[in-house]
Design a protein around this ligand. Structure first.
Ligand SMILES: [Zn+2]
Length: 324
């Protein structure tokens, strides 16, 4: 039996995430929410996206909507500065850059107590390598505006690339990007601002009638295990954990392995399940033992099979018994 941590969630071939910038387009946010609900109803696939929020853009009505969407688990939050300044090039004094980085995290965590803000999205993609340095003191990842499909084996955590939605793009442009992501075995982060019904207000907006069909296309690809859709922050957690986690074999026989995935990261933040890829001649059972204040909790985990390989989603820092 051979066990390793899967490159992508659920043993998929690639990963797709949506990030909606600014946080202030109320009608569009409600439209994306309706689209995600329709996708779930039609395909069973739940899409969770990330909202990159500029603190000063969030007023009372928006805040109430975001509270509801966060409670439903449809979105999570990234920081997108306090003022949306053009402040990550070197023309800006370090003090100003530090203020925007530090305060946006603090203020968003105060606004949304359920959220840990782990990532930053640079306003206007206006950044330099040196400008980004400060962000390392506050965040685990930074998304830039540069257009590319990310290679998860060689991630530059402070310069994660995007696929930027534009009004001029047809549905085929979006589905092609999904196909290309699968073909490359990479991670695409689609940057959206809002969904637009008319071109005159369409700066970097996605034509509204392409969004739902794009999501349905993506969801169907998820069902065939070609690709997995997660929020940007979930992907950051998965890859940060995967990068740091080490499998410790506790005992091993021909039919049984006991192991622990040791991950030194802060457990309050890095609580994402990792997918184990298990090569075994027969179907395995996977049991997880978690230390809790009231004793050891034992749970049988779901095991799924694809192309003769078995998979299970496990929490790091728990003991895992695999047997057949
Ligand atoms: Zn922005």
């Amino acid at each position: 039996m051979d066990v390793k941590i899967s490159k992508f969630y659920k043993g998929a071939k690639a990963l797709y995430s949506f990030v909606f910038d600014d946080g202030c387009y109320l009608d569009s946010t409600l439209e994306t929410y309706e689209a995600f609900k329709k996708v779930e109803k039609e395909t069973g696939v739940k899409i969770k996206a990330t909202s990159a929020q500029t603190v000063n853009f969030i007023n009372g009505e928006l805040k109430a909507t975001w509270d509801k969407l966060l409670a439903e688990g449809v979105y999570d939050i990234s920081a997108h500065s306090v003022t949306h300044c053009l402040c990550y090039n070197l023309d800006t004094p370090e003090q100003k850059r530090r203020y925007e980085a530090e305060e946006s995290k603090k203020l968003l965590e105060k606004m949304y107590p359920s959220q840990k803000i782990i990532s930053f999205v640079i306003p206007n993609g206006d950044d330099t390598k040196e400008g980004r340095e400060i962000l390392k003191d506050y965040y685990f990842a930074t998304r830039s505006g540069h257009d590319y499909i990310n290679d998860v084996d060689n991630l530059d955590w402070y310069n994660i690339g995007t696929f930027t939605a534009k009004f001029g793009y047809s549905l085929a442009d979006y589905t092609e990007n999904i196909d290309k992501t699968i073909e490359k075995g990479g991670w695409s982060v689609q940057l959206n601002h809002w969904l637009s019904h008319k071109e005159k207000d369409a700066f970097h907006a996605q034509k509204a009638d392409t969004f739902l069909p794009e999501c349905i296309y993506l969801a169907k690809k998820c069902l065939t295990d070609d690709i997995c859709v997660t929020s940007f922050n979930e992907a950051v957690k998965y890859y940060r954990e995967r990068e740091c986690a080490k499998i410790e074999i506790i005992s091993k026989t021909d039919r049984e392995v006991s192991l622990k995935i040791n991950c030194p990261l802060d457990r309050e933040i890095f609580n994402e399940r990792l997918t184990l890829e298990i090569n075994s001649p027969e179907k395995v059972t996977v049991t997880q033992k978690t230390d809790t204040p009231s004793g050891i909790l034992t749970a049988d985990l779901a095991v799924y099979e694809k192309n003769g390989v078995f998979y299970a989603d496990v929490l790091p820092n728990t003991e895992i018994d695999i047997a057949f």
